[in-house]
Design a protein around this ligand. Structure first.
Ligand code: TXA
Ligand code: MG
Length: 328
């Protein structure tokens, strides 16, 4: 007789883990999150320990629905509700003034709190059954590429997580857009799954995209979302020559090849062709970077996509992944 397969983690099991202060990795529509009970300080502290994340960097609290907004945020929430109605569940995080009881462990000491209702059915079921807020950063070690499959989470965090819910690959693939509504002027702190243009259409005015936010944010660190290989941004015209030059200099070169570019010669270690559709590109971006790392690439060459729609989030992540890399 073949032995029975081990029980797959269930949402009920995940709720129990959260209730006793444990960590659950769960799928969202953007990337996998590393979740803890947002009202349990010790549980939230474990997130920072497991990720290796500096303690003053705030976490996003995931909520089961927009009805929970008032429990976590205060002040005039009219704009928040308007945006929530249009974009929640979905890849939009709203930064609002926090309720006084919300722990500084979650807010990183800030007077604001970041809130979102994720669109993935497993995440929503988890949140509904748990009933409270789940604090969750992306389920990767600090500074590295965010996971878009359960397998990525296992590779990155392994046994440090108490339970991993596997919901398949994340359909959006880049993190949520972070919109700060806590000040006098709304500002996009991080481009993401909801394009800025769509937010502007609902708000009826153009949005500020500050070069530097007021609150320290890991997603705002110059170097972030980085693969192990050195990521270099190059102009599209010089991509083939750079790939060949670096290969001849003895490097294992990986290339994110823009749609329509001619194929590269075989001396280039690995090339993956990018989809023309930006939503599809966003969906695949992190998995492709992880794949090129796994193929042993030492250098990854990429070009910036057009910065409209989801292209803004892709370009942002590529820039941050490449930040601080000197030309080779
Ligand atoms: O799509 C996402 O947002 C994913 C999934 C799991 O929901 N989460 C995510 O979390 O990307 P994380 O921790 O990797 O990035 C959260 C970002 C950070 O840049 C953090 O600084 C910012 O949200 N943030 C959190 N609270 C904030 C606050 N009160 N003010 C300003 N930024 C805040
Ligand atoms: Mg992250």
């Amino acid at each position: 007789m073949t032995p029975a397969p081990p029980d797959l983690p269930t949402v009920e099991g995940a709720v129990e883990v959260l209730r006793r202060g444990g960590l659950v990795a769960f799928p969202t529509e953007t990337v996998y999150g590393l979740g803890a009970d947002a009202s349990n300080e010790a549980a939230v502290a474990r997130i920072f320990a497991v990720k290796g994340r500096p303690p003053h960097h705030p976490l996003i609290v995931h909520l089961p629905s927009a009805e929970a907004l008032e429990a976590w945020a205060r002040g005039d929430l009219a704009a928040a509700h308007r945006l929530a109605e249009r974009f929640w569940p979905g890849p939009l995080t709203l930064v609002l003034r926090r309720q006084p009881w919300v722990s500084h462990r979650v807010t990183g000491g800030a007077e604001t709190v970041a809130l979102r209702v994720p669109a993935h059915p497993l995440a929503l079921e988890l949140l509904r059954r748990f009933g409270g807020g789940i604090a969750a950063p992306s389920a990767n070690r600090f500074g590295s590429v965010s996971p878009t499959t359960a397998q990525h989470v296992r590779q990155s965090l392994g046994d440090a997580v108490d339970l991993i819910l596997d919901g398949g690959p994340c359909p959006v693939g880049v993190e949520s857009t972070i919109l700060d509504l806590s000040g006098s002027t709304p500002a996009v702190l991080r481009p993401g799954g909801v394009p800025r243009e769509e937010l502007e259409a609902v708000l009826g005015h153009a949005l500020l995209v500050p070069a530097r936010p007021n609150v320290p944010s890991p997603g705002q660190h110059p170097r972030h979302y980085s693969p192990t290989a050195t990521l270099l941004l190059v102009e599209r015209e010089s991509l083939p020559w750079e790939a060949i030059r670096l290969s001849r200099a003895g490097r294992r070169v990986g290339v994110l090849l823009p749609p329509g570019s001619p194929p590269l010669p075989g001396e280039v270690h690995a090339a993956v062709r990018l989809p023309a559709d930006l939503a599809e590109y966003a969906r695949q971006l992190y998995a492709l970077l992880i794949h090129l790392d796994e193929l042993g690439c030492q250098v990854i060459l990429a070009t910036l996509p057009p910065e409209e729609g989801l292209g803004a989030a892709i370009a942002d992540r590529l820039r941050r992944a490449a930040a601080g890399e000197a030309p080779l």
